[in-house]
Design a protein. Structure first.
Lengths: 437, 302, 244
């Protein structure tokens, strides 16, 4: 500070006005670069959001169709002659020709169809499932035998695709022949074709017929797999984290373990699949394609994530709390169970849920242990063969039928909904548990 | 800065013709670990008559791995006295304090040598369980650290884990008396079941003190209990210390020399891991015996 | 070399404050010394003007006392000094009071000088007065030097000197009593001289106080009402324990 002439010059000899001008210039430049810097950030976020938007519109655009399904309403007569049964008994139901009454109903509706080929083409417009539907109705109400009813039946996927495309003003004929298109138009004109909500999609398992295929099997498979994964990886991960953080002494051995855990987190998941294949299937001879093995493999995969996040959560518990507990004469176990764990729990749960979300989206390791098989039944437990959502998506994406394309997208939407739910749950849990302190 | 060079002239204050002796003392302080063999003599009165001493420490060394943090400390702490430990940062006073209830056990590389006796019982005996020891020798920390539980649970925690009470009514009584003794009862009696972390810093620290005295310890160790508090809260804690000293033996580590001067009856000055001087607080703050003590409390280094 | 290490604090401002305190005290000491010399000179030379000047300057001494005391208060409030710093501030505060009293006594002597200057006849007792005044001046000078250097041995010497001055004061008093008995008409004048002698003796006491303060400052031991022998013994002992 120069007290002799404080107004005109500074300690390094520059006058204040010079300095002010230089600062002014510099300041402008700084503001410009600041704005540019900010603009870069906004642009990056914009690109990200745009990509997400495109993805979502694409998926939702294609997938929404799968939530609606075409049905055809026909007058069906439970003709004993056609069915070939006299009375409704379990044995007779197994033998009855329900397909026959569906076909008769179709022919009644479109009497002009003649000839074997034409008739076969006509029959193909109604799904195989119609026969099962009629059988179920009769089973429930045996008095229907001999009666005539208006029945709404599941249409074949080709009809379904065509009707949807017509309604969207973009007719797609696909595998349909010209007469088939003509008949569909006739049915449509008679008001017999309608689009309804596709409950089937949520209540049935996979099928080679797109109109019958649903994702419940995959959802249940994923659920069982995740239950196994959570039940194993959370306790193991937390226990390992507690040991490493609270008990293990810092030496080469624990350093080695730590490095390995971190490396494991970075190992490609398909390797875990190979490991599972080698250990659980080939060595322990567990059955293939079951959620139990899938869960075991995914446990291996998510353990590092859970251990790392749990350790971070334990580490973030203030040492003062530990000291307070020890200073009060609490034993180490009391300290951990009564003070450290409750405080670390939100972080641990978040880590676990993120690990679960990761496991939910995993395909590669499950392919290795055979969860890629075609399984039409909805699994009822962890030892039933099953597939999982991402694998189901993979399978459907591979199928040629147009109707599977929209089902693929719909399955992706379901998967995304699950992931978003889980992440929301993670946030909610953290908020809720943290608020207590 | 070289300590010898800085301190030597201060010794001149003491007397004019004794430079060689003072010089040799500073040399002894500055030389390396060899001093742990040739024992360093604390000036003043570190030892009390055997009968009065609650804690008896003899030749206590503390090591952090290779590094020695405390060098051959001999010290007695009398029953129901308040002893303050002062010294520059890293002088080993906190380390030493934490030896008294074996809080250093939590640090793996920390080794304690020498003998520390509480009422004639060696607390570093391998057979001794630290849990009852810590119930007898409570501790209050630098940062108020109430458990993230309710006020009631905080105070009830110690009696609960030590199994001191059987009935709920007994617990209520302990909680109330502890909070009363910590001077907090009137402020919190209507919100016993609200989180302890919702209190102000000073109240939190008093809650921690209440929590500590709930198990009726004989000795309370305080490690810079007011360093995170404002002056008013500090004054309340200091007042509390004065009251508690009627029933408890208190050892307090503090960075505030004024605080040491206000609350303690004896003051121990640590410097580079050595106990330099122990004297009545009155003497230390008006006429310290050792030149290092003098230099520290007058703010000539620190 | 500064034995109190006033310039060794971490806070430079504290260094400056303490140094300033000491300098101002010495400055005040110099002022009071001058007052004493002037007052005694005024008696000897029956110089009324000089005596008046001393009385005038008394105000300056008082102002300095107030301002140094205020500084001491400020240092106590702001710095909370401990140990030697605390002792320094305390003894400066006390020494200031002693110096102010010395100033008062000098003013009293000046007042006597004024009265004596009115008298036509030469006054008896001036020899004793001058002799005592010389001794007291020297003692006061010594005391201030002792303070400036924080010199304990010097302080003990000053305390011994005070004994000497007391003795001289007693013999001068006897002399004065004899004078008064010989010539009762001179009683009122001799009384004035006695008052001046009395003031000089008081100044010696205050100088002794300052020396005692210095011992307290350096050794931390209050040596008021303690015999010189005991003080010496204590200092010996302290040196012994410190050299252990």
């Amino acid at each position: 500070m120069n007290k002799s002439s404080p107004d005109t010059s500074t300690s390094n000899g520059l006058s204040h006005s010079d300095l002010a001008a230089a600062m002014e210039r510099n300041l402008k430049r700084r503001y410009r670069s600041e704005r540019r810097f900010k603009a870069f950030g906004i642009a990056s976020i914009g690109v990200g959001l745009l990509a997400l938007l495109v993805l979502f519109t694409e998926i939702i655009g294609t997938g929404m169709g799968a939530f609606r399904q075409t049905y055809v309403t026909l007058e069906v007569t439970y003709d004993t002659e056609v069915l070939g049964i006299e009375a409704v008994t379990p044995e007779s139901l197994a033998l009855a020709n329900f397909d026959g009454i569906v076909r008769r109903a179709l022919l009644n509706q479109l009497p002009e169809v003649t000839g074997r080929t034409a008739k076969r083409q006509l029959y193909a417009l109604i799904s195989y499932a119609a026969g099962y539907q009629l059988r179920a109705m009769l089973e429930q109400d045996p008095s229907l035998l001999g009666e005539t009813r208006k029945v709404t039946m599941l249409a074949d996927d080709d009809l379904d695709t065509y009707v949807k495309s017509v309604r969207a003003d973009d007719p797609f004929i696909g595998r349909l022949s010209e007469p088939q298109v003509e008949w569909i138009n006739q049915l449509e004109a008679q008001g017999l074709v309608e689009l309804k909500f596709n409950t089937n999609f949520f209540t049935s398992g996979d099928s080679s017929e797109p109109e019958q295929a649903g994702i419940l099997g995959a959802v249940m498979g994923s659920l069982f797999t995740l239950i196994v994964t959570l039940a194993l990886s959370f306790p193991i991960g937390v226990a390992a984290a507690i040991y490493l953080e609270e008990y293990a002494s810092r030496n080469r051995f624990t350093d080695f373990i730590e490095v390995n855990i971190n490396n494991l987190a970075a190992v490609p998941s398909v390797i875990f699949g190979l490991l599972g294949l080698a250990i659980f299937l080939n060595f322990f001879h567990f059955p293939r394609s079951v959620p139990l093995v899938g869960g075991l493999v995914l446990t291996l995969m998510t353990l590092p994530t859970i251990i790392i996040s749990s350790r971070a959560a334990i580490k973030s518990v203030p040492p003062s709390i530990r000291e307070a507990a020890l200073g009060m004469g609490a034993s180490k176990m009391q300290m951990i169970l009564q003070h450290v764990l409750p405080l670390a729990m939100p972080g641990m749960l978040t880590g676990a849920i993120i690990g679960m979300a990761q496991a939910l989206g995993e395909t590669a390791p499950l392919l290795m242990i055979g969860m890629v098989a075609f399984i039409a039944d909805v699994p009822g437990g962890i030892t039933d063969p099953a597939t999982v959502l991402p694998v189901q998506i993979f399978l459907w994406a591979d199928s040629p039928e147009r109707a599977f394309v929209e089902r693929t997208s719909a399955a992706i939407m379901v998967l995304l909904a699950f992931l978003i739910t889980m992440n929301t749950m993670a946030i909610w849990l953290r908020k809720r548990l943290e608020r207590r302190w | 800065m070289d300590m010898t060079e800085q301190l030597e002239p201060i010794s001149a204050l003491r007397a004019t013709n004794e430079q060689p002796q003072e010089q040799s003392m500073n040399d002894a302080l500055n030389s390396e670990q060899s001093t742990s063999q040739e024992k360093f003599n604390t000036v003043g009165k570190p030892l009390l008559n055997g009968a009065k001493a609650k804690f008896k420490m003899r030749d206590v060394d503390v090591f952090y791995g290779e590094k020695q943090a405390v060098f051959g400390v001999d010290l007695d702490i009398g029953k129901n006295e308040v002893i303050a430990m002062i010294g520059p940062s890293g002088c080993g006073k906190s380390t030493f304090l934490r030896c008294l209830n074996r809080m250093n056990d939590t640090i793996e590389i920390c080794k304690v040598k020498g003998s520390i006796e509480l009422d004639g019982m060696d607390i570093y005996n391998s057979k001794l369980d630290v849990v009852p020891l810590r119930a007898r020798v409570g501790m209050v920390f630098q940062k108020p650290n109430p458990f993230p539980k309710t006020i009631y649970e905080n105070v009830a925690y110690g009696p609960k884990i030590h199994g001191l009470v059987r009935r709920r009514s007994e617990m209520d009584e302990i909680v109330e008396t502890s909070l009363r003794r910590a001077g907090l009862w009137n402020e919190v009696k209507d919100r016993l079941h609200q989180p302890g972390t919702g209190l102000s810093g000073g109240q939190q620290q008093r809650l921690c003190i209440a929590r500590t005295i709930a198990v009726s310890p004989e000795v309370i160790l305080m490690d810079e209990p007011c360093s995170a508090l404002d002056p008013i809260a500090t004054a309340k804690i200091e007042e509390l210390i004065a009251e508690l000293s009627q029933n408890f033996t208190i050892a307090i580590v503090t960075h505030s020399m004024q605080q040491a001067a206000r609350v303690s009856s004896r003051t121990a000055y640590f410097h580079m891991g050595k106990l330099i001087e122990v004297n009545p607080t009155k003497k230390v703050f008006t006429n310290p015996e050792h030149s290092l003590t003098e230099a520290y409390i007058t703010g000539r280094f620190g | 070399m500064d034995k109190l290490q006033l310039d060794q604090h971490i806070s430079q401002q504290f260094n400056a404050d303490l140094e300033n305190l000491r300098t101002e005290l010495l400055e005040m000491g110099g002022m009071v010394e001058k007052q004493l010399i002037d007052a005694v000179l005024a008696i000897e030379t029956a110089d009324a003007k000089l005596a008046e000047k001393v009385l005038e300057n008394e105000k300056g001494v008082n102002d300095l006392e107030v301002s140094i005391d205020a500084e001491c208060t400020e240092i106590l409030a702001r710095r909370q000094p401990a140990a030697s710093d605390l002792r320094l501030v305390l003894i400066v505060s006390k020494a200031v009071r002693d110096l102010e009293r010395m100033g008062d006594e000098a003013a009293k002597i000046a007042r006597m000088a004024l009265e004596l200057s009115q008298e036509p006849a030469p006054v008896h007792g001036f020899i004793e007065l001058r002799h005592l005044a010389e001794n007291v001046q020297k003692m006061m000078n010594d005391a201030l030097n002792v303070f400036a250097r924080f010199d304990v041995n010097g302080a003990i010497k000053v305390m011994r000197e005070d004994k000497k001055i007391d003795r001289e004061y007693k013999s001068a008093m006897r002399e004065m009593i004899t004078l008064m008995m010989e010539d009762p008409r001179s009683i009122s004048r001799v009384l004035n001289v006695i008052w001046a002698l009395r003031s000089l003796e008081r100044i010696g006491d205050h100088a002794r106080n300052i020396a005692e303060h210095v011992i307290y400052l350096v050794h931390g031991r209050d040596v008021r009402h303690v015999s010189i022998k005991q003080i010496e013994k204590h200092i010996e002992k302290q040196i012994d324990t410190n050299s252990l």
